[in-house]
Design a binder for this molecule. Structure first.
Ligand code: G3H
Ligand code: 13P
Ligand code: NA
Ligand code: ZN
Length: 328
């Protein structure tokens, strides 16, 4: 059944677990996530970025997720809009059927320029006003996503600040977070703790000096009733990188957010963990391997099947690690 994000995150808080929120763009990703959820009896958050809406079209995304709801009536599913760049974008998503939206007011409408605090409060409050009146959950963001190690926001063409960020901009201030939630009344708050979007987060396995997991605890102490969200939470598994390289791919040495650090974050109060890159890597590794080993095959189903299986393995591993298996 389609459920509200607030309901799902409240359940996660009451039962001390976290939920991965997976970005989806196509049928194979949606079915991989649903097969994994059904096997582990886990609730599901699927989210669509602006890029996803551009790639698949809003109608196809909505119907893909509706198909998941129909095919798996016993699994609670949230359909969330990721990184809304303006109140108008959030409004359009709600009209199209999304039960939860993110208003990312940490950046201006261009999705590149860091905004002022007052701008963020204003646009986030506006979205909360029209969303709460119709039961839609709102995630807001305070702080700029950026690698504490490199100072970069990550993906070239994705959502994220341009150029190098200040160290302090990449860490959400707990005092300001308390004021922000009081003024906006958002349900969930994405915080900046040193992660960035995409595959290139860190040039070494991150330690406390470049990944501020402890900051989550400080923010949660100020905001015990706000659900904290971690973006840029792919782990960038080294075994997947190895397969991609073995079969002709070109991905340099890079590290993500270790699963055990995310698990610690969940202990400190994180309830939603955004993951996109890991599914991309898993599917690409499987497709490269299949293509190399089966040069005569040309039916897309032949290579999309192992890609879906690889995505499913990642999804199952995150459901188990974050404690949401058995919670549906
Ligand atoms: O917000 C970042 C997600 O990884 C979405 O990426 O804009 O390429 O769909 P995308
Ligand atoms: P990754 O690029 O680490 O998977 O992060 C995805 C994300 O935060 C989507 O909003
Ligand atoms: Na941001
Ligand atoms: Zn994000």
């Amino acid at each position: 059944a389609l459920v509200s994000m607030r309901q799902l995150l409240d359940h996660a808080a009451e039962n001390s677990y976290g939920l991965p929120a997976f970005n989806v763009n196509n049928l194979e990703q949606v079915t991989a996530i649903m097969e994994a959820a059904a096997e582990l009896d886990s609730p599901v958050i699927m989210q669509a970025s602006a890029g996803a809406r551009k790639y698949a079209g809003e109608a196809f995304l909505r119907h893909l997720i509706s198909a998941a709801v129909e095919a798996y009536p016993n699994i609670p599913i949230v359909m969330h809009q990721d990184h809304g760049q303006s109140p108008a974008v959030c409004m359009a998503a709600i009209k199209s059927g999304f039960s939860s939206v993110m208003m990312d007011g940490s950046l201006m409408e261009d999705g590149k320029t860091p905004s002022s605090y007052e701008y963020n409060v204003a646009v986030s409050s506006e979205v909360v006003k029209f969303s709460h009146s119709i039961g839609v959950t709102v995630e807001a963001e305070l702080g700029c996503l950026g690698s504490l190690e490199t100072g970069m926001a990550g993906e070239e063409d994705g959502i994220g600040a341009e150029g190098k960020l200040d160290h302090s901009a990449m860490l959400t201030d707990p005092e300001q977070a308390a004021d922000f939630v009081k003024r906006t009344q958002c349900d969930a708050l994405a915080i900046a703790i040193g992660t960035s979007h995409g595959a290139y987060k860190f040039t070494r396995k991150p330690t406390g000096d470049i990944l501020a997991i402890d900051l989550i605890k400080k923010i949660h102490e100020r905001l015990p009733n706000t659900h904290l969200v971690m973006h840029g939470s792919s782990s960038v598994p080294q075994d997947l990188l190895a397969i991609i390289r073995e079969y002709g791919g070109d991905i340099g040495e890079t590290y993500g957010v270790p699963v055990e650090e995310i698990v610690q974050g969940i202990k400190y109060g994180v309830r939603k963990v955004n993951i996109d890159t890991d599914i991309r890597l898993a599917m690409t590794a499987a497709i490269r391997k299949y293509m190399a080993e089966n040069p005569s095959k040309f039916d897309p189903r032949d290579y999309l099947k192992p890609a879906r299986e690889a995505a499913k393995l990642i999804v199952k591993a995150r459901f188990e690690a974050f404690g949401c298996a058995g919670q549906a």
